[in-house]
Design a protein around this ligand. Structure first.
Ligand code: S3P
Length: 438
């Protein structure tokens, strides 16, 4: 493999295998930056993901009064603003990060400050009415300054009141924005989920000692009102990011005879539906829980051994629990025997790119029979891959990495363009790819 500006050439790999630890979980790192940045006292976060997305969130938090520095590459020391947010004088640039923008908007909504949050071209094209509407109903003033309900988003915070809200889409980001606003609201905030989504916010709030409960798809939080919640700094250890691990596990699954172990990875059941799908496809998956680890998030080691894969149906309530793994799943589905269909996944169209359209176009460029549906995609395998010099990530990190893993199986080098976006979530990806391939 060699790289030229923002393009990369991925050469076929004769062997994929080994054991690896992936960097810290992105969703958890974002939430810790926000909550520790709002807490009183100092927190030390081991395994903080030092990627572009999380650094944007951290910078925004320092602009509004937190203080932060890295003791080492992934150990972050952060002193919170104690809930006393400083008024930002300039726009807060959230880069490519939907999580950063939406969750921070929720947090600011309950504080007596006004802020404008914006981001790169991709982030400015993503829908934000989904957070504006509930935050306004809680009492904040939210203006969407971009066309068709997009960022920049101007939030004027105030003393909020609790809200009973039915989420129209299964979204952990919207749920979390409402819960973070609910922390500073008067009264009870209730969020009803149409399907279970990742619950890192709820777990973290519980670990901070906040009264929060989940029952039958409803999350209930008691707000602390004007005084704000009592969040105290402490030491945290972030498990490895399951979504990053998925690339290596998929690489092993797709090649009979290969084996990869990812150590110390987060195993939150609302993140790991990808493993269920790998098993259904025929891969050998072994999970070993670390029983001595952190209580607030499960973690452990996962080993995948490749065997011949078969096509599967993916849809319904499992979608939110593997939403970020769909690019890599559909990439390896092209090597499986038979058809793989992904349904109920319309949300893919409003991620960092339109992942349905972009994945189908890229798979076809490699010779895969793939078809777009309004709410998903179908892939027929096994494909006879060929070389290509026009794979394009469209600035989407997960598309770039998924296509790189598939390219390892092509008979000749594959050129992938616009790969700089990989740094938004997994800056060490290309080095780890070298470590695990020959
Ligand atoms: C995330 C939630 C998901 C996911 C995103 C991270 C989070 O988005 O796709 O990468 O950290 O809460 P939605 O909640 O909008 O589906």
């Amino acid at each position: 493999m060699s790289s030229r500006s923002s393009s990369v050439i991925v050469s076929p790999a004769a062997r994929i295998g080994g054991s690896i630890s992936v960097p810290g979980d992105k969703s958890i790192s974002h939430r810790l930056a926000l909550l520790c940045g709002t807490a009183s006292g100092e927190s030390v976060i081991h395994g903080f993901l030092r990627c572009e997305d999380c650094l944007h969130t951290l910078n925004a938090m320092t602009t509004i009064g937190a203080r932060a520095h890295f003791d080492s590459d992934d150990v972050l020391r952060i002193k919170g603003n104690g809930g006393r947010f400083l008024q930002p004088v300039a726009e807060l640039d959230m880069g490519n990060s939907g999580t950063g923008l939406r969750l921070l908007a929720g947090l600011i909504a309950g504080r007596p400050v006004a802020a404008t949050l914006t981001g790169d071209e991709s982030l400015q094209s993503r829908p934000q009415r989904r957070i504006a509407e509930p935050l306004e109903r809680m009492g904040a003033t939210v203006e969407l300054l971009g066309p068709n309900g997009t960022a920049p988003i101007r939030v004027r915070g105030t003393l909020l009141h609790g809200l009973d809200y039915d989420l129209p889409v299964a979204s952990a980001q919207v749920k979390s924005a409402i819960l973070l606003a609910g922390l500073f609201a008067e009264g009870i905030t209730r969020v009803h989920e149409p399907a279970p989504t990742r619950d890192h916010t709820e777990r973290l709030l519980k670990a901070f000692g906040i009264e929060i409960m989940t029952e039958l798809g409803v999350v209930t939080l008691r707000g602390a009102g004007r005084e704000g919640p009592s969040l105290k700094g402490r030491v945290w250890r972030v498990p490895g990011d399951f979504s990053s691990a998925a690339f290596w596990l998929a690489a092993a699954a797709a090649r009979p005879g290969s084996e990869v172990t990812v150590r110390g990875v987060g195993l939150n059941p609302r993140r790991t539906a990808f493993l269920d799908v790998l098993r259904r496809m025929g891969a050998d998956v072994v999970v070993e829980h670390d029983l001595a680890g952190e209580a607030w998030e499960p973690a452990g080691n996962v080993t995948v051994r490749g065997r011949g894969l078969c096509g599967v149906e993916i849809g319904g309530d499992e979608i939110p629990n593997l939403i970020d793994e769909i690019p890599i799943l559909t990439a390896i589905a092209s090597l499986a025997e038979g058809e793989t269909r992904v349904r109920d996944a319309k949300e893919l169209r409003v991620k960092e790119s339109d992942r349905i359209a972009v994945m189908v176009a890229n798979l076809r460029r490699l010779g895969v029979e793939a078809e777009e549906m309004e709410d998903g995609l179908a892939v027929r395998g096994p494909a006879r891959l060929h070389a290509a010099d026009n794979i394009n990530s469209h600035g989407d990190h997960r598309v770039a990495m998924a296509m790189a893993i598939l390219a390892l199986q092509a008979p000749a080098p594959v050129v992938i363009h616009r790969v700089e976006c990989v740094a938004t979530s997994y800056p060490g990806f290309w080095d780890d790819l070298k470590k695990l391939t020959v």
